[in-house]
Ligand binder design. Structure first.
Ligand code: PGA
Ligand code: ZN
Length: 432
């Protein structure tokens, strides 16, 4: 009885880019309430569930009136009276109500806000933090953070072709220490840019805005920033890239305007493999575009033994795409963005498909975010092992990192940091 959903309420709020987004509240008969907010991507895969926007002139077309109306109308009517503990049942009711494969009618922004809000309400009804509600009795790890230092691509006026230049600290003892090292590197990178007259503010996810003459110069500057921070590149701190190559597709191949290069698939993989050979790179996301299965398989065969090869736009948090990629030898890790899937259950299915293959998994934010910290709990409670949130500035990012610190404190003496163990086994072995 206390778990019965009595109210579902949607409203328009504003995200970190000043664009409208959907917030949902789910209230239960016992008085517990859950709240969640939909994030929004800028470099999106064509196979993602649909982020429904109103179009037209208002708010640059980014309005969410239709998605909010769906929450307050059809979705509220469908979920009211149901038991909130049945997440799978709620999520499948949302899918059935929508009637399309990718929430094209109601909007995945409506679905994800409601699905997550229901999950929060269920945890609240038990009086548990969300990570603990998800973990049950299982021992789960604090995830290894992937933190952006330079933000490029679609998040910085395409100032670099590669979208994210990030760092990882798999040898840190705790997440607290990983953040301390990361803060040193972020500060050192800013100082280096200031000295060279290249400080130009920050990109969408809070990383430094990259004024570089080539993609490799960004890598070189990041390696120097790590040295300058006093930590050792390739020992304490490793580089992680999100190429987001979907944005670079051009005809049958790729175009990297900053490098003045037009590349075939093989040449694109050559270029990324060259970076991986010359810099202490531990992880590479979307080195090729969403449908370039041969390119992704080539990349995985060439450097997947020592580098985590993540599919984001390539896999779009879809269990079926994960299994198909594995059959083709493409990727060894999945990025999990709940809004790419539309519901908590679908996102978890993608994570479980990856886990069954021995892959690693990274729960991820979007470039458009809010103060919602659900992903800190999902990455921990699901024991995903890794979390990607953006940079180490701006409170829509820091809210998630700070929540991990609170979770670590709640775990007390039981807290275990995933560290290198979160990486694919062959990659983790290179660190042993
Ligand atoms: P997006 O970028 O949220 O703009 O899609 C994040 C990513 O590519 O990982
Ligand atoms: Zn990505």
């Amino acid at each position: 009885m206390k778990h019965t959903i009595t109210h579902v309420r949607g409203r328009q709020i504003w995200d970190s880019r000043g664009r409208p987004t959907v917030e949902a509240d789910v209230t239960l008969a016992g008085g517990a309430r859950g709240r969640a907010m939909a994030p929004a991507g800028a470099s999106r895969g064509a196979h993602e569930a649909l982020d429904l926007r109103d179009g037209g002139e208002r708010f640059g077309g980014f309005g969410v009136d239709r998605a909010v109306a769906a929450v307050n109308g059809e979705i509220a009517r469908t979920l009211t009276g149901r038991d909130v503990r049945d997440q799978a049942g709620l999520d499948s009711a949302l899918e059935t109500l929508d009637g399309t494969p990718g929430f094209a009618r109601l909007g995945a922004n409506a679905a994800v806000a409601v699905s997550l809000a229901a999950l929060h309400a269920a945890a609240a009804a038990e009086g548990l933090p969300l990570w603990r509600y998800l973990a049950g009795d299982a021992r789960v790890r604090i995830p290894l953070p992937e933190v952006q230092i330079f933000g490029g691509g679609a998040h910085a006026g395409r100032r670099t072709d590669v979208q994210d230049f990030m760092v990882m600290c798999p040898r840190a003892a705790t997440v607290r220490q990983a953040f301390e090292i990361t803060a040193d590197v972020y500060r050192a990178a800013g100082a280096l840019m200031e000295e060279s007259g290249r400080l130009a503010g920050v990109a969408d996810e809070g990383g430094w805005w990259p004024l570089f003459a080539s993609n490799e110069e960004a890598l070189e500057t990041l390696a120097r920033a790590i040295d300058r921070s006093g930590w050792r590149a390739g020992h304490d701190v490793f580089i992680s890239l999100d190429v987001a190559a979907n944005e670079l597709g051009h005809g049958d191949g790729y175009r990297l305007p900053l490098d003045g290069a037009e590349l075939s698939t093989t040449q694109m993989v050559d270029r990324v493999a060259g970076w991986a050979a010359r810099y202490p790179i531990l992880s590479i996301e979307d080195p090729v575009s969403q449908d370039d299965v041969a390119g992704m398989a080539d990349a995985t065969a060439r450097f997947g033994q020592r580098v985590q090869v993540i599919g984001d736009d390539f896999l779009v948090t879809n269990a079926e795409r994960v299994r198909k990629a594995a059959a083709a030898g493409a990727c060894n890790a999945v990025l999990v963005k709940v809004n790419q899937a539309g519901t908590v259950s679908r996102a978890k299915a993608a994570l479980e498909a990856a886990r069954a293959l021995g892959w690693s998994a990274i729960v991820s934010a979007r470039s458009g975010e809010t103060e919602d910290v659900s992903i800190a709990h999902l990455s921990t409670g699901w024991d995903a092992g890794q979390l990607k949130v953006g940079s180490f500035t701006r409170s829509e990012r820091m809210a998630k990192w700070n929540e991990l610190l609170r979770i670590e404190e709640e775990m007390g003496a039981d807290a275990v940091f995933a560290g290198a163990g979160a990486l694919p086994a062959s990659v983790a072995e290179t660190l042993a």
